[in-house]
Design a protein around this ligand. Structure first.
Ligand code: HEM
Length: 180
């Protein structure tokens, strides 16, 4: 795949915006799910698990696309500390998108619950049944999701700073359209 030096490749852009919607939805579905005792609880759980596994699959695809297609360079006049923060936060997002679904899957396995993606499609357990591990993984899943939400907010703030204040083409490199 070829790329212009000022744009992410189309596959990276599609995956970015698709996963942004999926991950943000998952955060709200997750919080709504644990806060609800109505019939919505089961409904949200039935969305949460397959959507989480879809995020796991897509993040693997995205990492392959990312490693095969290096992103456009950040502006040369951007302070080194901001460049470092940008790169670090992107890798934190990748790692969280990878491990949160795995922790969710492992948590259900440790609790002895079947991980059903549909009425007939059941995923194998990835962790032995263990009540103490279930409790730890359940807390880890919630705390990692909170960290993902905070990192997402920082990422959104940085994108708006580039797009509205610096106007340096960084936001456009992910949105598409003509490069500056
Ligand atoms: C990127 C993917 C995911 C995100 C962002 C996410 C996010 C969340 C959030 C925010 C909560 C609520 C935590 C709380 O407030 O206590 C939650 C709960 C939960 N998640 Fe996920 N999740 C993801 C993937 C998965 C996967 C793949 C599974 C299972 C296959 C899963 C299973 C669960 C379960 C069972 C709960 C309820 C835990 C409880 O009862 O306290 N999650 N998730």
């Amino acid at each position: 795949m070829t790329r212009s030096s000022t744009q992410f490749v189309p596959a990276a852009r599609v995956l970015h915006w698709l996963m942004a919607v999926m991950v943000l939805s998952m955060l709200f579905i997750g919080v709504g799910m644990v806060a609800s005792v109505s019939e919505w609880h089961q409904c949200l759980i039935h969305i949460h698990k397959p959507l989480g596994i879809a995020i796991l699959v897509l993040v693997v695809v995205r990492l392959i696309v990312r490693l095969r297609n290096p992103p456009p360079p950040l502006p040369a006049d951007m302070p080194a500390v901001q460049k470092f923060a940008a790169h670090a936060s992107h890798w934190v997002l990748y790692v969280l998108m990878l491990i949160i679904p795995l922790v969710g899957w492992a948590m259900l396995s440790a609790g002895g619950y079947p991980v059903m993606l549909s009425d007939s499609l059941r995923l194998p357990p990835i962790f032995p049944v263990n009540a103490a591990a279930f409790a730890i993984l359940r807390h880890a899943h919630a705390w990692l999701a909170m960290l993902l939400f905070l990192t997402f907010l920082a990422h959104l703030g940085a994108a708006l700073y580039h797009g509205l204040i610096r106007r340096d083409g960084v936001l456009r490199s992910m949105v598409g359209g003509r490069a500056k």
